[in-house]
Design a protein around this ligand. Structure first.
Ligand code: OOG
Ligand code: NI
Length: 461
């Protein structure tokens, strides 16, 4: 029996091998990431593994896919459900991006601590909101929905195997092989011709809409390895002749612990595609729809920590308003704000409840009865704290990733009515629980605290 964990790990490896053949610069990115990770491990020893074992980090990837309809998204949920990946978080890129990005998103990922440790593979998944009038007028909406309804992204056999895997907790070897082959193939770049006129019409509204609804299939948009020192990686990729976007998104480089998520990317090269011209001729041309991305993950923050992060991001915007600065200056201003406001030690982040930690009874602990309070247990050397890594995404960075990858801004009619589409609507489409990331981190913390209390013979809280 190949269980959900093994299916997920195998799928991540296959997708990585496939993407490497499709986008060679991805292979360079993975190589450089691993080179940097080895150096950080040699330099920092055990501290390098504070946010995940080197085994986890080396295998770690996130992918991004985009689909067109609620029905397609519900199918994606079944395929990932087979691999122990469940929808977590709601991101509304329609609001976060200044360009025309008519999608809402979630991330499919494992939700339990041991599953995350075994393989944290996650896929940022976006769905077009065709009913949003700011992007699609009535006529275009009708034709777009008809186009999407007529296509089939996933073969019925794949969905059947997915359902079986989820119901039975895995698949036998032969069925697992078939499932993985069909799943990987579903996310390859299609060689089917793209209709030139249709693609161009959608592209005038939104390059993302064209990427999703202008073609009869879906594909991996990027696959992102994790690196332990993203500043070192950035410099090294540039030295290898790969032009990165001009900045690292997310928190700045500063003197305290890594928090949340820092990401950077480069635009993939144009890829040859077949086009069907208006007169029926087939011609080769190229499309630039995919790119490379890399990320450094830090500690997950609590709602209070997130409010502080958002406040500092807004303060940075204010400080830079009307100024043209390069990435170095920008980092310097952001780091200044952070140094003044964010605690520089894990202990203080925990004490002020700004970030999530798990707690563990210390082996060589003092003798005698332990104190009751967590602060006293930590201070007295009874209990130690370990940071919980951030497993999710940042809407602002995601908007930046979408934007840096667009060939045009598109056209968004800000005077037209948007479509109300929030987390409840998304959960309805998925037909499953849409997990709240904060609740998941809090549950992992609470579980560790319950274990500590039991080990120390303390009454539960
Ligand atoms: C997804 C962009 C968001 C990230 O890492 O924030 C994302 C996309 O381009 O489809 O992947
Ligand atoms: Ni990404």
């Amino acid at each position: 029996m190949v269980d959900a964990t093994a299916l997920r790990a195998a799928f991540a490896r296959r997708l990585s091998a496939m993407y490497g053949t499709e986008v060679p610069a991805y292979t360079t990115l993975v190589e450089v990431s691993q080179e940097v990770n080895r150096e950080v491990l040699a330099r920092m020893g055990a501290d390098a593994e504070r946010l995940g074992s080197i085994g986890r980090v080396t295998a770690e990837r996130h992918g991004a896919i985009r689909v067109g309809t609620p029905a397609e998204l519900a199918q994606v949920a079944r395929i990932f459900g087979a691999m122990g990946m469940y929808p977590v978080g709601f991101y509304d890129l329609r609001e976060a991006a200044s360009s025309s990005v008519p999608v809402v998103s979630t991330a499919f990922r494992p939700v339990e601590a041991d599953e995350l440790a075994a393989n944290p593979f996650r896929v940022f998944t976006s769905m077009l909101v065709t009913g949003d009038r700011r992007f699609f007028g009535e006529d275009l909406r009708r034709r777009l929905e008809a186009f999407l309804e007529a296509r089939r992204l996933f073969p019925p056999r794949l969905l059947e195997l997915a359902d079986r895997a989820e119901a039975e907790g895995g698949l036998d070897d032969a069925a697992a092989e078939e499932f993985l082959t069909l799943a990987t193939r579903s996310f390859e770049l299609s060689r089917e011709p793209v209709s030139r006129g249709w693609y161009a019409e959608l592209e005038r509204v939104s390059a993302v809409a064209a990427d999703i609804g202008g073609v009869p299939s879906t594909h991996v948009n990027h696959l992102t390895p994790r690196v332990l020192d993203i500043d070192a990686l950035y410099a090294r990729m540039s030295a290898r002749g790969i032009t990165m976007i001009d900045a690292i998104q997310g928190p700045p480089r500063w003197s305290g612990p890594d928090l949340l998520l820092r990401q950077t990317s480069f635009r993939a090269l144009a890829e040859p595609r077949l086009f069907r011209e208006d007169d029926g001729r087939i011609a080769e041309d190229d499309l630039r729809v995919r790119f490379g991305e890399v990320e450094a993950r830090g500690i997950a923050v609590t709602p209070a920590g997130r409010a502080l992060y958002d406040e500092l991001a807004a303060a940075l915007d204010d400080a830079l308003a009307g100024r043209r600065v390069d990435a170095e200056e920008r980092n310097a201003v952001a780091a200044g704000l952070w140094e003044a406001r964010v605690p520089r030690t894990e202990a203080e982040l925990a004490a002020r409840d700004l970030a999530y930690f798990t707690f563990h009874a210390v082996q060589d602990r003092p003798s005698g009865p332990p104190p009751a309070g967590l602060a006293e247990l930590l201070a007295g050397g009874w209990v130690s704290a370990r940071p919980i890594v951030y497993e999710d995404f940042l809407p602002r960075s995601a908007a930046g990733i979408f934007q840096s990858n667009l060939t045009s801004d598109g056209a968004k009619d800000v005077t037209a009515a948007g479509a109300d589409f929030g987390p409840d609507e998304l959960a309805g489409v998925l037909g499953r629980t849409l997990h709240d990331p904060y609740e998941l981190y809090a549950a992992i913390r609470a579980e560790s605290l319950a274990r500590v209390r039991e080990e120390l013979g303390l009454p539960g809280e």
